[in-house]
Design a protein around this ligand. Structure first.
Ligand code: SAH
Length: 393
């Protein structure tokens, strides 16, 4: 083996040297990657007082200012130092679109041709933002368009918090005064519990008075059911939990959601009980997508009722939202109502989720962004589609 001959120093151009130095230098921290404690620690590292971090957070999250030079209660010298040391960079908006019902969707560009989606759903008494946690999803739930796209990577905390910031700025949201964004649900693209640390950091900014100032129970994490991570979440964060159930027995659930083979229903419900035991008066929301002829029969309702007796719970029935290539169909309205009635009559609090934003593909399970798939799932899905194993819609 021959050793590479180093180029003589004189031949390295100044531009190349600058490029090399930039590549070698650590990237500047992005403010959106830090919750209050993390930002205070960063300020201390810079030789500054931790309360300065609190001042900056108010500018960023309450007034949507990202330029240190505009932070008028901070002296010029410190403004300059901070501008040299910390970036404040939200994700880049590729496009945004508003549906006829007021639902607003953002397509946000990530690196390497990837994009994710965030959706704001206004209602009379509240405004809910649906936030993504990953580029794509690795869990391959059969009825979910994100699942069909495969997985690329976790979002950083900055990319998660940045979604909320972009929506808050668009809405002119000011915590405790102009409160337009009242709820955040981690129900966009991805499985939040597989991006645990970044999701926990972002949820801490959502619930911080210096951040978006949301009440704990108004931040909801939705999971496909990663049992050990539900326990971990219970230890570190006080947020509402939603669980994607979608089937009332293991046989069907394992078919629809491969994760069930690892964490079957009983183990999942036990974890939910442990989660509620840490917080008196908490209920778990169970999401149940209504799939025509698959999970919507009275026998399924009766099985579901038995399961719901084991956990303080409520059920959210979600009419299936179609996407290209899916084999599933939405249950008929009458079937959904009859299913709901069976549950209600048995004393299980059950809501039917109104489908919002479907004219801009912003409804549950329709978010697909742009995923540069590293799992080849999309390729496999297309192959099955072309081979007729999946019926085209
Ligand atoms: N991975 C997390 C969060 C993302 S999905 C989870 O599984 O909970 C948010 C909710 O929308 C989940 O309950 C999901 O199962 C549901 N969903 C997915 N695809 C859907 C579709 N096509 N129609 C209706 N709901 C869907």
């Amino acid at each position: 083996m021959t050793a590479p001959v180093p180029a003589p120093a004189a031949r390295v151009s100044a531009a190349a040297a600058a490029r090399a130095a930039a590549a070698a230098a650590p990237a500047r921290p992005n403010l959106f990657d830090h919750d209050r404690n993390g930002l205070r620690a960063l300020f201390v590292q810079l030789g500054e007082q931790p309360w300065r971090a609190d001042q900056v957070m108010k500018w960023v999250y309450h007034r949507h200012v990202t330029d240190f030079a505009q932070m008028s209660d901070i002296g010029k010298a410190l403004q300059h130092k901070l501008a040299q040391s910390i970036d404040i960079v939200p994700p880049n908006t590729i496009f945004e679109k508003q549906a006829s019902d007021g639902t607003h969707k953002w397509l946000l560009g990530m690196d390497g041709g990837n994009a994710i989606e965030a959706v704001f759903i206004p209602e009379t008494s509240r405004g809910t933002l649906c936030v993504s946690s990953q580029v794509g999803c690795a869990l391959a739930c059969q009825f979910c368009s994100t699942g069909a796209q495969g997985f690329n990577r976790n979002l950083s905390a900055a990319e998660i918090t940045g979604q909320v910031w972009i929506a808050a700025r668009h809405l002119g949201n000011v915590p405790h005064h102009q409160r337009k964004l009242t709820n955040v649900v981690m129900m966009g693209m991805g499985e939040p519990l597989l991006n645990f640390d970044n999701v926990v950091t972002a949820m801490s900014v959502m619930r911080d008075d210096l951040g978006f100032g949301l009440a704990n129970k108004r931040v909801t994490l939705s999971t496909a059911g990663l049992v050990p991570m539900i326990d971990r979440l219970g230890e570190v964060a006080d947020v509402s939990l939603a669980v994607s159930l979608h089937a009332p027995n293991d046989e069907l659930r394992s078919e629809l959601m491969p994760i069930n083979r690892k964490y079957p229903i009983q183990a999942l419900l036990d974890a939910c009980v442990r989660y509620t035991q840490r917080r008196p008066r908490t209920t778990i929301t169970f999401e149940y997508t209504m799939l025509k002829g698959v999970n919507d029969q009275p026998a399924h309702a009766r099985q579901l009722i038995k399961l719901m007796r084991k956990v303080p719970s409520k059920v959210n029935l979600i009419p299936f939202n179609s996407f290209h290539g899916t084999q599933f169909e939405r249950s008929d309205e009458t079937v959904i109502r009859a299913f709901q009635k069976l549950l209600l009559d048995a004393g299980v609090l059950t809501m039917v989720r109104r489908t919002r934003g479907d004219d801009i593909d912003a409804a549950c399970g329709q978010l697909k962004g742009q995923v540069v798939d590293r799992t080849r799932r999309q390729q496999e899905f297309r192959r099955r589609l072309e081979g007729g194993a999946v019926d085209a819609a």
